[in-house]
Design a protein around this ligand. Structure first.
Ligand code: ZN
Length: 227
């Protein structure tokens, strides 16, 4: 099959998104060195890691984890930027597979469902894809956990929340999600919510709240990056 790979590389050459070095296998996004040097958090799924702690006193998230640390201006910012704003689907699937490998070493590997944080339908139309869904699909390839893509529905469509204060942001976000039509029974299920990045945790808190208020279930969080 090497001839096929060579042929593909001829038509679709690619470079490492972090250092720019020419890559040798189709589907790769980072070179070996950059992948090795990725600023991984090493959080695992501990109930008292910094991601889990974000939700303490806010919502009953059992545990959370993130794959790598997001630093503004770092070379790895390109990865998320390419995924989110330049529509690099391969970057989404690739990051999802890395997250999936990480999840396999945790107790989250036996989750029943992965639920990507949804985009509002207008934003989805404009962007053409949901980055969280791509990540979930990549992670599912590795873990075998099914992706429930239409379980949550996003209602509010805000260009920016930067003009709101903390309380307004919270209220805006709390009303943003509901269960989708035909949502399955999630009683006793272990649900893993997937997103690209966690900062304040407001979005993930709102998603968790929707499921915990309707079902007696366990909710976990996994994101690619932690800011
Ligand atoms: Zn590189």
């Amino acid at each position: 099959m090497q001839w096929l790979i060579d042929l593909l590389m001829l038509f679709f050459p690619s470079n490492c998104l972090v250092c720019g070095k020419r890559l040798h296998a189709p589907g790769d996004i980072l070179c070996f060195i950059c992948e090795m040097e990725m600023p991984r958090t090493g959080f695992g799924d501990f109930e008292n890691n910094p991601v889990s702690k974000i939700f303490w006193g806010r919502v009953r998230v059992s545990a959370g984890t993130s794959l790598f640390r997001f630093e503004k201006g770092s070379a790895y910012q390109t990865l998320l930027h390419d995924l989110k704003y330049r529509g690099n689907r391969r970057a989404g699937l690739y990051l999802g597979r890395l997250l999936g490998q990480e999840l396999m070493n945790t107790s989250l590997a036996d989750s029943d469902l992965m639920v990507p944080v949804p985009l509002h339908r207008l934003r989805l139309k404009r962007r053409g894809f949901n980055q969280s869904e791509l990540i979930a699909r990549g992670a599912s390839e590795i873990t075998g956990i099914p992706v429930a893509n239409h379980l949550l529905k996003r209602h509010s469509y805000q260009h920016s929340q930067t003009t709101m204060n903390r309380q307004e942001r919270f209220e805006n976000m709390a009303a943003a999600f509901t269960l989708g039509k035909n949502a399955p029974d999630l009683h006793e299920k272990k649900i893993l919510i997937i997103d690209d990045i966690i900062t304040t945790g407001a979005t993930l808190e709102a998603c968790s709240q929707v499921m915990l208020s309707q079902f007696k279930c366990l909710v976990y969080i996994a994101t690619v990056s932690y800011a």
